[in-house]
Write a protein of this length. Structure first.
Length: 336
């Protein structure tokens, strides 16, 4: 049960609040910053999914949202629409990140090392990656908290620019699985209304999530369609081909799903997140680099170790990288 807020204490003599204090006191419907300055939870990575998680948890417990820099934190503190409601997070620049009990990392895979270093300075009990790809080893190399590991989430959310600023749309209620040792994180997410649980065999779950990612993310980006459209012709043929082609490699690394179960798993996620724009599609539309190296690239590196050829995945990787290069060329021309 949510505890009632403590009654306000009038200062004596009166002292004008600092900008950060005034912001905390006027955040409508949200939980103010903890008096100790140490947050129960922090989220590094204020993308669509990070904002979605932060907005949900913020209703029941203080949560710190860590942006790349001071300008990014200021934009977030000014308010962003999440799920149709204006959300004023407790946002901080990475160099001013507060202490926190638990830290969730939701940055792009290429920013993992920097995020891990930020998390280490926050003196947490544990750091949990919910990123795409396989980033746990890199996270542990840069952060020596008591618990450092990678879970998975199939929650969906995407950002778009509206007439009155940026908006985040939750797009599919998925499930978040965390490794043993992160029971407190699962409990907190559950209290916020998110489906979350501890998964003892998290290594298998990560491989199953990688299977979903290598099938859905690149195709959604290439065809520029929401996830659900991949279940319709002609996209579905390629979707199923990518699943079948990846299976032998993932089986060699411990995945225990037969072909029918694997295809059913990918279809179920596409259906549950039908309205969502995959992260790779969002990146291409915004002109950002994608996580193709952390997703399809990770699978291709696994295949190289087993001497397996994955021609369809290799072709998909080449096409996504070509679109990235085109975006980069457009950016360079605009900058000239």
């Amino acid at each position: 049960m949510k505890e009632p807020p403590s009654p306000p204490v009038a200062p004596s003599p009166p002292v004008a609040p600092s900008p950060s204090q005034a912001h905390a006191e006027t955040r409508s419907g949200a939980v103010a910053r903890p008096a100790s300055g140490r947050f129960p939870l922090a989220i590094i990575g204020p993308g669509a999914l990070g904002l979605h998680f932060a907005a949900r948890v913020d209703g029941i417990a203080p949560v710190a949202l860590i942006a790349r820099d001071a300008a990014g934190a200021a934009r977030l503190n000014a308010g962003v629409e999440v799920g149709g409601h204006l959300f004023h997070p407790n946002a901080f620049a990475a160099e001013r990140a507060p202490e926190a009990d638990w830290v969730i990392v939701l940055v792009k895979a290429g920013d993992t090392a920097a995020a891990a270093s930020t998390a280490a300075r926050m003196r947490p009990l544990g750091v949990l990656s919910l990123q795409n790809g396989l980033t746990g080893e890199l996270l542990r190399a840069h952060c020596a908290a008591r618990h450092v590991d990678q879970g998975i989430t199939t929650e969906g959310a995407y950002r778009e620019q509206g007439d009155h600023g940026e908006r985040v749309h939750p797009a599919g209620a998925g499930e978040t699985l965390v490794p043993p040792g992160f029971e407190a994180v699962a409990e907190l997410l559950g209290r916020a209304g998110l489906r979350a649980r501890v998964e003892p065999d998290i290594a298998h779950a990560r491989l199953a999530k990688l299977l979903v990612n290598v099938a859905i993310n690149p195709l959604a980006a290439l065809f520029r369609v929401p996830n659900g459209a991949l279940l319709d012709p002609p996209h579905r043929v390629l979707l199923d081909t990518l699943v079948r082609e990846a299976l032998p490699v993932l089986h060699a690394h411990g995945l225990e799903l037969d072909e029918a179960a694997a295809i059913a798993r990918v279809h179920a996620v596409a259906r549950a997140t039908a309205a969502n724009r995959a992260s790779m599609l969002q990146d291409l539309l915004a002109g950002r680099r994608t996580e193709i190296d952390a997703i399809t690239g990770a699978l291709l590196r696994m295949a190289a170790r087993t001497g397996t050829e994955l021609p369809t995945h290799r072709a998909v990787e080449v096409l996504v990288r070509a679109l990235e290069s085109r975006n980069a060329e457009r950016t360079d021309r605009v900058g000239c």
